[in-house]
Design a protein around this ligand. Sequence first.
Ligand SMILES: NC(=O)C1=CN([C@@H]2O[C@H](COP(=O)(O)OP(=O)(O)OC[C@H]3O[C@@H](n4cnc5c(N)ncnc54)[C@H](OP(=O)(O)O)[C@@H]3O)[C@@H](O)[C@H]2O)C=CC1
Ligand SMILES: CC(=O)N[C@@H](CCC(=O)OP(=O)(O)O)C(=O)O
Length: 349
Amino acid sequence: MIKVGVIGATGYAGQQLVWILNNHKEVKIEFISSYSNAGENMGEVYANYKKYFEKKLISQEEAEENFGKIDVLFLALPHGLSEKMTKKALENNVKVFDLGADFRLDDLETYEKWYDVKHEFPEINQSAVYGLPELNRGRIKESQVVACTGCYPTSAILGAAPLLKNKVVKTDKIIIDSKSGVSGAGRSAKIDTIFTEVNENFKAYGVLKHRHTPEIKQEMDKLSESDMNVVFTPHLLPINRGLLSTIYLEVNEKWKESLTEEKIYEIYNDFYKNEYFIRVTENLPEIKNVKNSNICEIGVRYDSKTGNIVVISAIDNLIKGAGGQAVQSMNIMFELEENMGLEFLSMYI
Ligand SMILES: NC(=O)C1=CN([C@@H]2O[C@H](COP(=O)(O)OP(=O)(O)OC[C@H]3O[C@@H](n4cnc5c(N)ncnc54)[C@H](OP(=O)(O)O)[C@@H]3O)[C@@H](O)[C@H]2O)C=CC1
Ligand SMILES: CC(=O)N[C@@H](CCC(=O)OP(=O)(O)O)C(=O)O
């Protein structure tokens, strides 16, 4: 059994992760930890856990005392708070899966600029592996620290990867227009996410300055082997969970003569042919098709007259965008079936 601890278990991402881990047949949860609810049972914080998982939440200090008992530590904390915990975990020979952004950016100057936090452990950052299983499986297997991909970047990068890797599109501008359910903003109270602000509303936010822009660019640059110009605009949807990205690209001169929509589908189907969690679909992806699952659904349309390609990519932000993807990476690292513990029902409505 893999012995795990979860810090930040009471956040939206953390509680989803704990549910998945508790149903994983090769995992034993040694401890769960909370900042403001230490001493309470998980079922007291989230009533859906009552009867099924009544473990007591411990403080971060107690959690640290228990690092010797675990093989794996999951961190689901606000950004900037995972660095020190990761350092301590590594000193105890514990593998770390960070759901936050502390180790996602290769370049620390970029990280410090976009997150306004000084990185204290550059050497850990250097050794951390970007946790997008479909693109980085080999490195995840060998790593000590997995920097799990952010929710918006998961949908954007998976959506565009086949076209970028095969150098089918121009890279001077890619537009990613994404919409997320409100759970993406976490559980802590903020005016922007109260019912009356979100209900019957739809708005863009973080325009041209959202912190996921450099993360998306970093991985797209690697795929396309170029210096990409990424325009990323997130929007807040009046739903609890789910995230859909619409990605606008343009075919390049080399491919313009020969490209058809059928060919694009051939490229996608080939690129993702061995991927359990990617569903390339002729229908346009919808959030209801992926909600409560670890699936990323991708559909494409192409207009040969203008050369415009539109890719739609949908995920559940709390599962493929957070807890599910982290467990997928853990399964890879421990050489388990990649879908172990992740074969949930997808509830269409
Ligand atoms: N929500 C999502 O869709 C996704 C989230 N993530 C990432 O996961 C991480 C957690 O996000 P999310 O669950 O949404 O956020 P929440 O605000 O819902 O949860 C934050 C968690 O961190 C704990 N916490 C808050 N402040 C502190 C502190 N000062 N010291 C220690 N612990 C603290 C909270 O504890 P307590 O509840 O006890 O106060 C809670 O467990 C973030 O890095 C986020 O970017 C990644 C992908 C998707
Ligand atoms: C709707 C909403 O507010 N979403 C969050 C991003 C979700 C998230 O948790 O960020 P990571 O994927 O980097 O961990 C935001 O825009 O900041």
